[in-house]
Design a protein around this ligand. Structure first.
Ligand SMILES: [Zn+2]
Length: 154
């Protein structure tokens, strides 16, 4: 597909996904042809086709060839913010992993939709005994779980 080939129309939002280079499955941006890890999947309201577009391209194309209605725009912002928060949690866990004193455990919530990752001491450390609680990540929805595959098994 040639560059800048996204048809000008209104789009609906199907999904937003951010991935790491280590854990991700890259796609090709339907607009610019580059390899993308941070992806918005959108559906044209006129042509009915589904497109995968890099998040940076969406930002660039918004109100030029990609048009969202207000509700969709709000949803897009909200989903992006959720993913950014998850990436922040991932970076925090990576820092904690470098300290080499913690074990990581997946805690799925009873609502079946959310999780966090809990830290426990993997060995005695200062006044802390092995197994003591050492903190936890923020609460995230289960679609963020693949980001954390190096820490916990789904
Ligand atoms: Zn692109």
């Amino acid at each position: 597909m040639k560059k800048g080939n996204l048809p000008v129309q209104e789009y609906g939002l199907i999904n937003v996904c951010m991935q790491t280079v280590e854990n991700g499955t890259p796609l090709t941006c339907d607009d610019c042809g580059r390899t993308i890890f941070n992806i918005a999947t959108i559906k044209g309201k006129s042509d009915g086709k589904i497109y995968n577009v890099g998040l940076s391209c969406v930002k660039k194309l918004l109100n030029k060839s990609i048009y969202f209605d207000l509700k969709t725009e709000w949803e897009f912002e909200q989903k992006q913010n959720e993913w950014k928060q998850a990436v922040n949690s991932l970076n925090w866990l990576k820092k904690k992993a470098n300290e080499e004193i913690y074990e990581f455990a997946l805690c799925k919530y009873e609502n079946g939709k959310e999780f966090n990752i809990e830290l426990h001491f993997a060995k005695d450390f200062g006044g802390y005994k092995k197994g003591y609680y050492g903190g936890r990540s923020s609460t995230m929805t289960l679609d963020k779980l693949p980001l954390f595959s190096e820490f916990v098994k789904a």
